[in-house]
Design a protein around this ligand. Structure first.
Ligand code: SF4
Length: 399
């Protein structure tokens, strides 16, 4: 029987769910499937859809790390069935390291002609090196590795370790500390840096990430033989926009990060072999945009950059989370049905069912936080956030 975790404050070990360690949510057991670089075959996507129908809610939740969650699994036998299906589909190559294969990569790398390098081979190399290092199974399930092809998109995610093509910088907790690596060195350097973090962390298993410990970054720099430059913020890009892209690609967002099994089947049927789950809860689909785009839109996916769904995220809310004070997905959907395109200059907008604000996007964002009688508005721009006011007006109508 697989282990099951329950929600808790920061504990001696992180309770991050995995494919084998299920989380007990209010609507059943939840498993998280790590997908390095977000890359899936169409057969794997089809299998995930099939499993979600059979054992879960029929929804694939796309996470902010380009992973996939299945929820609503009835019991431990269901978790076992899911794990077997994942292994058969090649989605569970390591039992010991399945929760630490947290690797994000520039989703369009090697596909659209952009970026300074194709980081797709690096994803496989780093994943293999990580899984081959027995000691690195001790990393937290939250430790994040990013491989940026030079466009700055995944650099913005503030990963614990982020290698960037072009400069060759290895960023620690999102900052440039002077470390550099050639592309052929990246896998070894990532392993050495992760190992140095673990060595410095020692027995303090409540330390999950580089930013949790101020001395961790200097310790990694010293272990890698770096000179110890003053940390600076690197250039950062934005999320991959939805819509057509060069290279016969279409990026389609799943509204509020939930891809139904039927939508997943549509993507799998349309894609010419390329499917990439992005860290922005969208999917890169290979295929001619002229024919692919309308079919994705017809399936309810968002392919219009002016859609009101763009930039809007939500936590689990009711009924999946026992702490939720509202059904945030239903409320957000009602508000968005009445909304127009995102106003110019609008911040990302995150709906949360309680003060914990799980899943809020990295960087500045406006929050709508359920308080039992409606939603409290929080914006870093304060009361003078005009674009937010327009969106909140719709939100208030929905509550
Ligand atoms: S923010 Fe949402 S998902 Fe997180 S505990 Fe609150 S209601 Fe649950």
């Amino acid at each position: 029987m697989p282990p099951v975790s329950s929600p808790s404050p920061r504990a001696a070990d992180d309770r991050c769910p995995g494919a084998l360690r299920a989380h007990q949510a209010a609507d059943g057991l939840l498993v998280r499937v790590r997908i390095p670089g977000g890359r899936l075959t169409t057969a794997q996507l089809g299998r995930l859809a099939q499993v979600s129908r059979r054992d879960g809610t029929g929804l694939l939740e796309l996470t902010s790390r380009g992973n996939v969650q299945l929820r609503g699994i009835a019991d431990a036998a269901g978790v076992d069935r899911v794990a077997t299906a994942l292994a058969e589909a090649g989605l569970l190559p390591s039992v010991t390291h399945e929760r630490v294969r947290n690797i994000v990569a520039s989703p369009l790398s090697g596909l659209d002609g952009g970026g300074d390098a194709d980081v797709r081979p690096l994803v496989a190399a780093v994943d293999a090196a990580l899984c081959a290092a027995g000691d690195l199974a001790q990393l937290s399930g939250r430790f994040l590795i990013a491989l940026d092809d030079g466009r700055g998109d995944v650099t913005a995610l503030g990963a614990d370790l982020c290698w960037t093509a072009g400069t060759g910088a290895l960023l620690l907790a999102g900052r440039d500390v002077g470390l550099r690596a050639r592309i052929d060195e990246v896998a070894d350097v990532v392993v050495a840096a992760a190992r140095a973090f673990l060595g410095h962390r020692g027995d303090r298993r409540d330390i999950w990430r580089v930013a949790d410990l101020p001395e961790a970054a200097p310790a990694i720099v010293a272990a890698l033989g770096g000179a110890g430059a003053d940390p600076v913020d690197p250039p950062r890009g934005g999320p991959t926009p939805v819509g057509p892209h060069p290279g016969d690609l279409v990026v389609a967002a799943a509204p509020l990060g939930r891809l139904s099994a039927a939508q997943a089947d549509t993507v799998a049927a349309l894609a010419d072999g390329t499917v990439v789950v992005t860290p922005w809860r969208s999917v890169v689909v290979g295929g001619p945009p002229a024919s692919t785009t309308p079919r994705l839109a017809g399936a309810g996916l968002v392919v219009d950059p002016a859609s009101p769904w763009i930039g809007v995220t939500a936590c689990t809310g009711r009924p999946g989370c026992g702490s939720a004070l509202a059904d945030v997905h239903a409320d957000a959907a009602e508000a968005l049905a009445a909304a127009g395109p995102p106003p110019a200059g609008a911040l990302p907008l995150h709906w949360a069912g309680c003060d914990r604000c799980c899943g809020r996007p990295a960087g500045p964002a406006a929050l709508l936080v359920a308080d039992g009688s409606g939603y409290r508005v929080e914006s870093p721009r304060g009361e003078h956030d005009g674009p937010l006011s327009e969106r909140v007006a719709h939100a208030r109508k929905a509550t």
